[in-house]
Design a protein around this ligand. Structure first.
Ligand code: G3I
Length: 315
């Protein structure tokens, strides 16, 4: 029994976690990560990002990401592959290169062809474009070499290039603060329509789900939002779920309730294929002093673990 076993019994494809080579190098943590009863899917925390895979132009370094993919395969887990085009973790040879529009498009397409080609057949899904929107739902240009040089056209171009390199991978747009209805969620729906109008395939919307304990609200808000995306013909997933509570004064019962709310929402929507937490232990989380995950920093299960299990229902 475990989180993944219960998710599958509820009709989902997986319950998964983000993982890193740092976690893999910690034997006790990695023993938890390798348990396919709890996890049926991995996402690399940083190892598949542009700067990690193509640190200099045309030189690709797959060693760390390959290690994670190998562990996933050895344990029968799916990979959500993250990510191809994002404004963060882009190497300086790209951001400082002063490339013109046509050159930057060719750099982006070459990166996608190489990376998606390398992992062809091994990724259940690719986060093709990550965080392309401002909070008001407009396209991000400030701080994005892609948005400021190419404009929003980079988005459908990236989806078309990914489809060419691996026609079987589910191609996702992934963003935060789109978990409930609002200007940014509407922007994400417009982005999906734009990709389709261009004639490129898009199969999924990833709701990152970086949430705060006590501010999660009700399951019905997430259900209706997911249904609005599903109505556009895409599947949805929670791709980076974590629910912060201050380490100095944590409320692990409320956190457990909030995790259960998200699981219950996904369970109610057929188009929601699964949930990925952004790590599993508070020992390894990107948010400091926030204890946002289902295992504590001593690798013990917290109330959130049991709440997720129960929210999926029986196995
Ligand atoms: O690799 C360098 C290392 O060489 C250097 O010595 C060290 C010094 O700071 O930095 C290392 O890079 C860090 C990198 O993680 C790898 O550990 C960066 O500083 C740090 O900013 C980076 O943080 C990552 C963050 O994305 C970057 O935006 C987090 O680990 C990662 O969890 C986080 O993940 C993102 C998702 O990809 C997209 N959605 C939001 C989510 C949370 O921010």
């Amino acid at each position: 029994d475990g989180l993944n076993v219960r998710a599958k019994a509820a009709g989902k494809k997986y319950f998964g976690t983000e993982i890193s080579t740092t976690v893999m190098n910690d034997a006790n943590a990695n023993n938890i990560a390798k348990n396919s009863q709890d996890f049926g899917q991995y996402t690399c925390e940083n190892e598949m990002k542009f700067d990690a895979l193509e640190p200099s132009r045309g030189t690709f370094n797959y060693a760390n990401a390959d290690r994670i993919v190998a562990q996933a395969q050895a344990n029968g887990m799916l990979m959500r592959c993250h990510n191809l085009v994002w404004h963060n973790q882009v190497p300086s040879w790209v951001t400082n290169g002063h490339f013109d529009n046509a050159t930057l498009i060719s750099i982006m397409k070459n990166h996608i062809a190489n990376v998606v080609g390398h992992y062809k057949g091994k990724c259940y899904a690719w986060d093709v474009v990550n965080e392309a929107l401002n909070e008001d739902g407009t396209y991000r240009t400030s701080g994005s070499v892609w948005g400021s040089t190419i404009g929003p056209a980079y988005i459908p171009i990236a989806f078309a290039a990914a489809a060419e390199a691996d026609p079987d991978a589910k191609l996702y747009y992934n963003d935060y603060n789109c978990d409930r209805a609002g200007a940014k969620a509407t922007g994400a729906q417009n982005l999906i329509k734009m990709v389709k109008q261009y004639g490129a395939p898009i199969h999924g919307f990833g709701m990152q789900g970086h949430l705060t304990t006590g501010q999660v609200g009700s399951a019905s808000q997430y259900v209706s939002n997911m249904q609005a995306f599903a109505a556009l013909g895409v599947e949805v997933a929670f791709t980076e779920l974590d629910i912060a509570t201050p380490s100095s004064n944590p409320n692990f019962q409320q956190q457990a309730t909030d995790y259960a709310t998200i699981v219950s929402a996904c369970k109610q929507v057929d188009a929601c294929v699964g949930i990925t937490t952004w790590g599993f232990t508070d020992k390894y989380t990107w948010i400091s002093n926030s204890d946002p995950l289902p295992w504590d920093s001593n690798l013990q299960k917290k109330p959130a673990y049991t709440a997720i299990l129960n929210a999926w229902g029986s196995s």
